[in-house]
Design a protein around this ligand. Structure first.
Ligand SMILES: Nc1ncnc2c1ncn2[C@@H]1O[C@H](COP(=O)(O)OP(=O)(O)O)[C@@H](O)[C@H]1O
Ligand SMILES: [Mg+2]
Length: 237
């Protein structure tokens, strides 16, 4: 594993209103690494992702990208720095076409943008077939591929995915994880929050278990997958 650190979250405390949700969470991602964050519902996984991408300002602790503090930074600035985010919900424009969704994904110059859309069509062939269809008329799996393609359009160095396989059948989830793995092969570092624990741990280099807003365990994806006690305690296994 590359011991360089791309994303460094250190003792992060954050919440909503006056309610503290994360009580000092730490996590690291090296370039080109696939890191999974798993744990029970309500553990604070989405909150962690939101704090990394500037949607929540840390109360204390730090979020650093390539050594630079990014806690609470504007989302457009993060995109420029190379960080893209696929939110858990509302991640496509339902009444726009597939092509328009891709066009609106970034602030790329037209030539660059059109070239990038071609690359997305190669990576996600279904999207080319349905380029003129409205996002709301796609199947759940296709819509989630579109959401993923929108994030990848931005040429991220680090991509955060919040429950990308939510609501997908096992076969469609497999397709999606195949794309996620492909992105890793293309050199993108990924932080993947998932309920689909077994599937994400199979492809994760490293994984963190969060529970009740705290780090409970970390290790290799394979190690966690094999750990029956962790599975029983935190992952419903
Ligand atoms: N916008 C919000 N306002 C207030 N509380 C929230 C909000 N979003 C999430 N929470 C609370 O924060 C806790 C962690 O939620 P979340 O980060 O979504 O967990 P997970 O993604 O692990 O299921 C939960 O108790 C949830 O109710
Ligand atoms: Mg969540």
């Amino acid at each position: 594993m590359n011991d360089q650190v791309l994303l460094d979250v250190e003792s992060l405390v954050v919440g909503y209103g006056k309610t503290e949700i994360l009580h000092g969470v730490s996590l690291r991602i090296a370039p080109q690494e696939l890191v999974a964050v798993v744990g029970p519902n309500g553990a604070g996984k989405s909150t962690l992702a939101k704090a990394v991408v500037g949607l929540l300002r840390p109360w204390s602790g730090s979020v650093r990208f390539r050594g630079r503090s990014i806690g609470g930074i504007a989302p457009e600035e993060l995109v420029r720095m190379g960080i893209a985010y696929l939110p858990q919900l509302d991640n496509v424009f339902q009444t726009m076409s597939v092509r328009e969704n891709l066009e609106l994904a970034g602030h790329l110059q037209r030539d660059r943008r059109d070239g990038r859309i071609k690359e997305m069509y190669e990576l996600f062939p279904d999207l080319e077939r349905f380029a003129r269809a409205q996002a709301q008329d796609l199947s759940g799996g296709q819509r989630q591929m579109l959401a993923l393609a929108r994030a990848v359009m931005l040429e991220p160095e680090l991509l955060l995915l919040d429950e990308p396989s939510a609501g997908l059948s096992p076969a469609l989830a497999d397709d999606l994880f195949e794309k996620v793995q492909k992105l890793k092969e293309l050199g993108v570092a990924l932080l993947v929050v998932e309920q689909n624990v077994d599937r994400v741990l199979e492809i994760a280099d490293h994984a963190y278990v969060l529970a009740a807003g705290e780090n409970r365990f970390e290790g290799s994806g394979a190690g966690l997958l094999a750990d029956e006690e962790i599975g029983r305690l935190y992952l419903g296994g």
